[in-house]
Write a protein that binds this ligand. Sequence first.
Ligand SMILES: *[C@@H]1O[C@H](CO)[C@@H](O)[C@H](O)[C@H]1NC(C)=O
Ligand SMILES: *[C@@H]1O[C@H](CO)[C@@H](O)[C@H](O)[C@H]1NC(C)=O
Ligand SMILES: *[C@@H]1O[C@H](CO)[C@@H](O)[C@H](O)[C@H]1NC(C)=O
Ligand SMILES: *[C@@H]1O[C@H](CO)[C@@H](O)[C@H](O)[C@H]1NC(C)=O
Ligand SMILES: *[C@@H]1O[C@H](CO)[C@@H](O)[C@H](O)[C@H]1NC(C)=O
Ligand SMILES: *[C@@H]1O[C@H](CO)[C@@H](O)[C@H](O)[C@H]1NC(C)=O
Length: 204
Amino acid sequence: MAGSRCGAYWLFKLIYIAFLLCFIAVFIFWLIFRPKEVEFHVTDATLTQFYFNTTNNTLYYNLSANITLRNPNKRVGINYNSIEAIAKYQNKLFSNVGLTPFYQGHKNTSILRPVFVGQKDMSLRARDRSKMDEEKSAGVFGIDIKLSVQISINYGKFKTFKFEPTMIYCPLKVPLSDNGTVAEGFKTTQCDDVNFFSYPDDTD
Ligand SMILES: *[C@@H]1O[C@H](CO)[C@@H](O)[C@H](O)[C@H]1NC(C)=O
Ligand SMILES: *[C@@H]1O[C@H](CO)[C@@H](O)[C@H](O)[C@H]1NC(C)=O
Ligand SMILES: *[C@@H]1O[C@H](CO)[C@@H](O)[C@H](O)[C@H]1NC(C)=O
Ligand SMILES: *[C@@H]1O[C@H](CO)[C@@H](O)[C@H](O)[C@H]1NC(C)=O
Ligand SMILES: *[C@@H]1O[C@H](CO)[C@@H](O)[C@H](O)[C@H]1NC(C)=O
Ligand SMILES: *[C@@H]1O[C@H](CO)[C@@H](O)[C@H](O)[C@H]1NC(C)=O
């Protein structure tokens, strides 16, 4: 009785240790081969029109941005199967543009140049409007660009399945340069929340 109990105990202990070793091996494998995240930076943004007409609640905008994407991986190429750039002001979407899909080789940097131009009917509450007036007198607007990106990756010749679309968030402070003058002072901004290969704590 006691003997078989003891045997069962050691068996469990062995299984437990085997499990643990297996887990550690998988973890180390994952650490070594997991691709590094792509780095997104907004290096330039030009805002030549940003005006809200309160008579008919229309926002007139003209914003362009340069966004650099750096793939730091040695063995991994990235297919950007779809990219949509979304512009938001005071958390309200005012424009979205689809960008051309492309392939990015290893250790390479690509530049995206979304242009948002047009007009949008939107409602801004009194509080949002007074915030906008403040920003207008300061000459700098807080505009968010978000990128909805869907990728797959190439390990050499092997191509993976398509990943879930990811949202990349770039909160910007963009100086307005109307009147033909070029506003200086846009600071290169790193985008948050790039989670192609790791799981985000929260999306969006
Ligand atoms: C942004 O892109 C434009 C071309 O579209 C280029 O003339 C300008 O120099 C770029 N700005 C930066 C900071 O790279
Ligand atoms: C605002 O919109 C109204 C209605 O369309 C128009 O009459 C007015 O000229 C616009 N104001 C400006 C400054 O564009
Ligand atoms: C506001 O006025 C512009 C022209 O001034 C017009 O194109 C636009 O449709 C108007 N928007 C609304 C909501 O009436
Ligand atoms: C938008 O701004 C760019 C400069 O960044 C200018 O070349 C272009 O003509 C403007 N477009 C409109 C419709 O105002
Ligand atoms: C990296 O990108 C440049 C253009 O930006 C391209 O000419 C070059 O072939 C690319 N390299 C690889 C390894 O894909
Ligand atoms: C707009 O530009 C004109 C000529 O370039 C200049 O005389 C004027 O002071 C400028 N206005 C503002 C508000 O910068």
